[in-house]
Design a binder for this molecule. Sequence first.
Ligand SMILES: [Zn+2]
Length: 221
Amino acid sequence: MSQIRQIALHLTAVLFLACLIQGELAWISELPGSRMPEEQNDADIFQEYQLAMESVWEELEWFPVPLSDTNPQAEVAFENSWMAERNYGGKRRHEGTDLIASIEQAGYYPVVSITDGTVEKVGWLEKGGWRIGIRSRNGNYFYYAHLHSYASDWKAGDTVQAGELLGYMGDSGYGPEGTTGQFPVHLHLGIYLPLGADQETAINPYWMLCYLEDRKLVYAY
Ligand SMILES: [Zn+2]
């Protein structure tokens, strides 16, 4: 076979393959649903969630209720009550975890910030009572509710260190400002990520609290 014929054959083969591939591609693009969607696909959403969850895990520093240096009876218990039914203010689902005090005394247990961050919301909420909301460095929102009192005169924008005293556990909420005693003394913790269509997605703090159980500060109380 002459060299020219060889080259000609080779070129023909290449052209034939190119045509086949193009035909294949054209055929694929005709299939319904095979086009890349304009909007975010599942892989992107999954990655966004994964990154958001990692952004929470990496900034967790301290369990929100320190141990007492003198009273071994001062404990808190919590269970996975994610999305359990709540009835105050209409039927709704529990978007958080409750840390229940073993000593039923409002104002006794200190509540500290789990993360570094900035005070975003502070003051009374009908459902949350005296609450404080901390926006963490990674942009996540940590919501501490039903406090008895605040450790200082917090203002929006104040900087908070992980482990810093925010206030004291109580039983405030479920009514007009100052209402207490509608439920046992506990801390309600909520964690919200700037994620998804509403730009705020509640996640279950239970697993974060399990992880933080080995990371408790000791406070004098
Ligand atoms: Zn709760």
